[in-house]
Write a protein that binds this ligand. Structure first.
Ligand code: SF4
Length: 232
């Protein structure tokens, strides 16, 4: 089974309306300089893995009140056998949310087709022409576009999300993303949090304040059904 690198035991925010736990998986296809899961992305082998038995007993011990599991990373779809892990969760009657960066549309399509996902959140890192610059990765842009199309057509609850980072991703980028994804149901403006960043230079970047986040969200509102701000 996929190696689990951590569990956030209680989250009321990751799967709105449900009591959920968040499961972290290691490795990622991107190298976003502001990423706050640097060890998971750059050195997943140094992060202790959880035994499969422990995870099963974790799920069984919370039967009756835990309602959902959110899979995040890193990039969860990097793991070819994630379907097995999701099935273990589904067999226990729990809802499943997936966070993805859109790098694996084939795996995403398979999971959606099998009805194994209840909610999907995809990070849209930048306008398409800035994707490689912002992620510092040789992104296959067609895969990003295909993942977006799959999610929009899937019928599951979804949102797209952009982390805004002063000097790297700002209001102008969000407006361009809005024009690109216009008509999508829900969009989230996420505040950058400077902790254990992939590029240590980003530790010195001061995040946008509340007023700036509100202004960015306001600029996105004409394009989406709903726009929210995520900030610690
Ligand atoms: S921010 Fe997300 S997509 Fe970017 S490196 Fe970190 S885990 Fe990967």
């Amino acid at each position: 089974m996929v190696e689990i690198k951590g569990i956030e035991k209680f989250s009321s925010r990751d799967f709105p309306g449900h009591i959920s736990s968040t499961v972290f998986l290691g490795g990622c296809t991107f190298r976003c300089p502001y990423c706050h899961n640097a060890d998971l992305v750059l050195r997943p082998e140094t992060v202790p893995s959880m035994a499969a038995d422990y995870f099963l007993s974790y799920l069984d011990g919370r039967k009756g009140w835990l309602e959902a599991i959110c899979f995040t990373g890193g990039e969860p779809l990097l793991h070819e056998d994630i379907e097995d892990l999701i099935r273990v969760v589904r067999e226990r009657g729990l809802l499943v949310k997936l966070d993805t960066n859109g790098s694996f549309p084939d795996r995403l399509e398979a999971l959606l087709g099998l009805g194994l996902l209840d909610r999907v959140s995809m990070d849209v890192k930048a306008p398409l022409e800035r994707y490689r610059e912002v992620t510092r990765s040789n992104v296959d842009l067609e895969k990003i576009v295909r993942s977006i199309d799959l999610i929009r057509g899937s019928g599951v609850i979804y949102n797209f999300r952009t982390t805004v980072v002063p000097g790297l991703v700002g209001k102008g980028d969000v407006v361009q993303i809005g024009e690109w994804l216009s008509g999508a149901a829900r969009y989230v403006v996420q505040q950058f949090v400077p902790q254990t960043t992939v590029d240590p230079a980003f530790l010195a970047v001061r995040p946008y304040g509340r007023a700036e986040l509100e202004a960015i969200a306001a600029a996105a509102r004409p394009y989406f059904g709903q726009v929210d701000i995520e900030a610690p």
